[in-house]
Design a protein around this ligand. Structure first.
Ligand code: NIG
Ligand code: FE
Length: 407
């Protein structure tokens, strides 16, 4: 089929780009005026100018002058969880920090208790609901983590639900094992034993079923140390699992350093990142993934995205959709926060939410950009792309196409 009368098509300047870094974040996605786009199966087949449009007998969708740009690639979510945590929301309003709530037995352990009680089908139904909402708001690929199991059986339960979720949705899904999200209740006060168990039991069980492509560790103050992280990443590498880690949310924790040392696909959060970390990331291929929705909801500083891009890094933005620190998977909001709070240009933030997000999931060969041969996962909007993060609560998405089909 064809999409005709596209007012502005936001196309990749280099069809084969695997990421956009530094100044290329502003120049790597270019506006093509008055265009058509042909979809064949799940792919973009061709792009051309309306001046020479010959559709033949194929079906045509008239975009009536709309903007067309790629769907969002949300490279960091925790959307498999049971229940919600609005009780802690009240504690937060009363002034407790994320760490204080966690120390009182709330936080991740609270979600682990609820997940333990929930059936696979309940978990899947809830996660599917969240995924549908994300897709309706323009997300075409996302990553999902385990990490509310915290014992072998429940981590496997989460990951099997993730595998079913990936089968059922129209979006492309990548799965990450995050057994080291917190120390499970049975190991309270015995963090070292928990890490030993994770390496000896959890990892081999996850690998035996091929349930996760990536491995994550919450490497931060009060959670896992760089040494523990290093041991886990080393063990996971033996199963071919590439790291994408939580780092520097709560402190300059050494997380970026350990991530880079283990060739992480991405280091995520980075609210507390200094010049040393930026300089180190410049020497690596690790994507700097920032989560402004978590800063917004948890009243944390925003990660230094502007500084990182000015230094030449490839920055990705993701939602961190989870019940504790970011109960939203709306990438429109992430895009807007990238502009409003991090001072990215709309097109830079779009690059961060699309191709660079795809890169942070090892999907950049096929997702995250408009060019022939790539996935036909597109957003159609009646307004221009500067207006979208500006009028940040207006429902501007008129249509979403995922893998060649309107949803
Ligand atoms: O990315 N920081 C660690 N993990 C999540 C929060 C998870 C939770 O509170 O349930 C995050 O913010
Ligand atoms: Fe997270």
């Amino acid at each position: 089929m064809y999409i005709s009368n596209i007012g502005t098509l936001w196309q990749l300047a280099d069809a084969h780009a695997g990421r956009l870094a530094g100044p290329a974040m502003a120049s790597g996605i270019i506006p093509v005026r008055n265009a058509w786009l042909r979809v064949d199966g799940d792919r973009i087949a061709a792009i051309g100018s309306m001046d020479d449009f010959v559709p033949g007998t194929e079906e045509v969708f008239d975009a009536r002058g709309a903007s067309v740009f790629p769907t969002f690639c949300d490279s960091h979510t925790h959307i498999i969880y049971a229940g919600s945590r609005e009780g802690e929301f009240l504690d937060k309003i009363a002034g407790l920090s994320y760490e204080e709530i966690a120390r009182r037995g709330g936080g991740i352990l609270n979600s682990a208790d609820r997940l333990h009680q929930a059936s696979d089908n309940e978990l899947l139904a809830d996660a599917l609901g969240r995924a549908q909402l994300m897709m309706s708001r323009g997300t075409g690929a996302f990553e999902v983590k385990s990490g509310y199991g915290l014992n072998t059986a429940d981590e496997l339960k989460m990951l099997r639900v993730a595998a079913r979720l990936a089968q059922e949705v129209d979006a492309d899904v990548k799965i990450t094992f995050l057994g080291a999200h917190a120390v499970g209740r049975e190991f309270t006060g015995r963090q070292a034993d928990y890490v030993d168990m994770l390496i000896a039991d959890m990892l081999p069980a996850v690998a035996a079923e091929g349930l996760a492509e990536f491995v994550d560790v919450f490497c931060d103050e009060g959670f896992f140390t760089p040494d523990e992280t290093s041991r886990i990443l080393e063990a996971a590498a033996r199963y071919g699992m590439r790291p994408k880690i939580h780092a520097n949310e709560l402190a300059c924790s050494g997380g970026v350093q350990v991530g880079v040392a283990h060739n992480a696909l991405s280091v995520d959060h980075l609210e507390r990142m200094g010049t040393d970390e930026i300089e180190l990331l410049k020497t690596s291929s690790t994507i700097a993934t920032m989560l402004p929705g978590a800063s917004f909801f948890s009243n944390l500083p925003y990660a230094p995205a502007r500084k990182a891009i000015d230094a030449g890094l490839a920055v990705a933005l993701a939602s961190d959709y989870n019940p504790g620190s970011s109960p939203s998977g709306d990438m429109r909001m992430v895009w807007a926060l990238g502009c409003i709070k991090m001072r990215l240009l709309p097109v830079e933030a779009l690059a961060a939410c699309t191709l660079n997000g795809a890169a942070a999931m090892d999907l950049a060969a096929t997702n995250g950009g408009i060019a022939p041969g790539r996935k036909a996962s597109l957003i159609i909007s009646p307004v221009n792309i500067n207006y979208i993060p500006y009028a940040y609560t207006e429902p501007w998405i008129s249509k979403v196409m995922l893998r060649g089909r309107f949803v």
